[in-house]
Design a protein around this ligand. Structure first.
Ligand code: C2E
Ligand code: MG
Ligand code: MG
Ligand code: MG
Length: 286
């Protein structure tokens, strides 16, 4: 009986594996189709300056509107896109779409010096065509390069640090800013900050979450903030979810804040309304 049971559970296991494999294949095929049909959309999450009480900029976050699965988060398809070699197509779509949106907002609100952040994964960043793609988008959309920031994680330095450093410097020569995303969760971040002129650091949400209950975490956040001051880096606290976190960060002079407390990522039409309101407040107060 024991043996039969073992064989039976093996069969179930093998069945589950086959189902997983079939599911993975289906996802890959759907993703290829999604690129052809452009089933993607960008949502935007504001980045807020608490001392001037103005919007510093927005971060573009990709969504996949699957005809059956519904909205798929980037963690559900970016790794698949990398696996099957279509990440460059998605990355180019994201850059184009975001830069077009920025130029629409710039025309609509010319007095707003809105900055736009785009996430670039390690494999996009190390793609031989990445710089050419970025330049092409800048040419095609006439936005000023200094309004654009790309967010990379420290993982871009893992496989070929020299090349990553060269790409980073070339991006900055174009006038585009570079931010280190999810700061503190990767490897030996200080080395890259020492070697390359990075423009901004985004403190990972995990630190913001723990900082009010763990003294050590608070000390780390504090030291990143003073590092930012000393090196003239823009520091963004990610994942601000409570007023207690907001007040603490503001009291510590954290220059920029982002998180669900302020705004969740939203579709462009909603973002347009938020931008209009924030300009109105800046002009007329409250
Ligand atoms: P990220 O760049 O660190 O983006 C922040 C993520 O945290 C977003 O998730 C955002 O919705 C979420 N978030 C923002 N504020 C809060 C908060 O207060 N609390 C919590 N719990 N979460 C918050 P999302 O949109 O699912 O994106 C996840 C990751 O996917 C991003 O992390 C980024 O690494 C990647 N990603 C997003 N868009 C793109 C893209 O266009 N291209 C590439 N290559 N990667 C992207
Ligand atoms: Mg990001
Ligand atoms: Mg992040
Ligand atoms: Mg992240």
């Amino acid at each position: 009986a024991a043996k039969a049971e073992a064989v039976g559970s093996y069969a179930i296991f093998a069945g589950a594996m086959r189902e997983n494999a079939i599911e993975a294949l289906a996802l890959q095929n759907d993703l290829r189709q999604a690129i052809v049909d452009e089933q993607f959309a960008l949502h935007y999450q504001p980045i807020y300056n608490p001392s001037t009480q103005t919007l510093h900029g927005v971060e573009a976050l990709v969504r996949w509107h699957h005809p059956v699965r519904g909205s798929v988060a980037p963690s559900g398809f970016i790794p698949v896109a990398e696996e099957i070699g279509v990440i460059r197509d998605i990355g180019r779509w994201v850059m184009n779409e975001a830069c077009n949106q920025l130029s629409v907002w710039s025309e609509q609100y010319p007095e707003h010096t809105l900055h736009l952040s785009i996430n670039v994964s390690a494999s996009e960043f190390s793609h031989p065509q990445f710089l050419a793609d970025l330049e092409a988008v800048l040419r095609a959309t006439s936005i000023s390069a200094s309004r654009l920031q790309i967010e990379v994680t420290e993982s871009v330095f893992l496989s070929n640090p020299e090349r990553a450093g060269a790409v980073l410097e070339a991006v900055r020569r174009l006038g585009v800013r570079v931010a280190l995303d999810d700061f503190g969760t990767g490897y030996s971040a200080l080395e890259y900050i020492d070697k390359y002129e990075i423009d901004a650091i985004k403190i990972d949400r995990a630190f913001i979450e723990r900082m009010l209950t763990h003294k050590r975490t608070l000390a780390i956040v504090q030291s990143v903030l003073s590092l930012g001051k000393a090196l003239d880096l823009a520091i963004v606290a990610e994942g601000v979810e409570t007023w207690a976190q907001y007040n603490k960060l503001h009291a510590m002079d954290c220059p920029l804040l982002q998180g669900f407390l302020l705004w969740r990522p939203m579709p462009p039409a909603e973002m347009t309304v938020v931008l209009g309101r924030s300009l109105h407040r800046a002009r007329f107060g409250q």
